[in-house]
Design a binder for this molecule. Structure first.
Ligand code: 13P
Length: 248
């Protein structure tokens, strides 16, 4: 059985309450759920409850951009997976490269967050990907070979977990790897996951990094690409919907 595909919009630190309503309602109205593909939007924390209400009944899933590894406690500014679940999230992104860089998140921290997500009933999207320097040094496969097993949650299954391959140099730059490179890295990630004793052939591996409506048909057709994690283009309903429609 092929993996269920996923197109997730990562709004990052963008949006306003009024803008979120327009964006979420248009996506909700125009991305009918299918048996083979899920759609999610991941707004900033303060917008989660409102966006959840705008999406209600549409089948579009609500996701968060991060969670803390602990269920509660003295962690000023952090948010627990349990609370995210309570406000209606079904999905949470963990280990995004912006968090690995800006907040010095390590693979261990990412794994702990993914485990907290699972315990709270959220499906984690675990992000991996090499920097430009690592790519230039020919180390892309080594990087994902380190990140994937170290970030994969204990007890994680392909029904609950998703991996997003996001080359750091492709994020927000308009640059993308060749389709051949994407296919090769996705296949490598799948083989690394298989070594963890997981049914990797059924794992959804998303591509992320400068996905737009214009390049989505090509990128979403790459063998082993099971959807997209979309940044900038997810803030434009029409462009995001083109990506959704390219992923059947
Ligand atoms: P862009 O689509 O803006 O390149 O961002 C990708 C990303 O980081 C999604 O998580």
């Amino acid at each position: 059985m092929a993996p269920i595909k996923l197109v997730a919009g990562n709004w990052k630190m963008n949006g306003s309450l009024s803008g979120a309503r327009l964006l979420a309602e248009e996506i909700a109205a125009k991305s009918a759920p299918t048996a083979r593909r899920r759609v999610a939007v991941c707004p900033p924390f303060p917008l989660l409850s409102s966006v959840g209400a705008f999406l209600k009944g549409s089948g579009v899933l609500l996701g968060a951009q991060d969670c803390h590894a602990h269920e509660k406690g003295a962690h000023t500014g952090d948010v627990s997976a349990k609370l995210l679940s309570e406000v209606g999230c079904r999905i949470v992104i963990v280990g995004h490269s912006e968090r690995r860089t800006d907040h010095r998140e390590t693979d261990d921290m990412v794994r702990a967050k993914a485990e907290a997500a699972l315990a709270a009933g959220l499906d984690p999207i675990v992000c991996v990907g090499e920097t430009e320097a690592e790519r230039d040094a020919g180390r892309t496969k080594d990087v994902v070979e380190r990140q994937v097993p170290a970030s994969w949650p204990k007890g994680g299954t392909v029904e609950r977990c998703v991996i997003a391959y996001e080359p750091v140099w492709a994020i927000g730059t308009g640059k993308t790897p060749t389709v051949g490179d994407v296919a090769e890295v996705h296949s490598h990630i799948r083989s690394v996951v298989a070594k963890l004793g997981v049914a990797a052939e059924n794992l959804a591996i998303l591509y992320g990094g400068s996905v737009k409506g214009s390049n989505a048909p090509e990128l979403m057709a790459v063998p082993g690409v099971d959807g997209a994690l979309v940044g900038g283009a997810s803030l434009d309903a029409a462009d995001f919907l083109k990506i959704v429609n390219a992923c059947q």
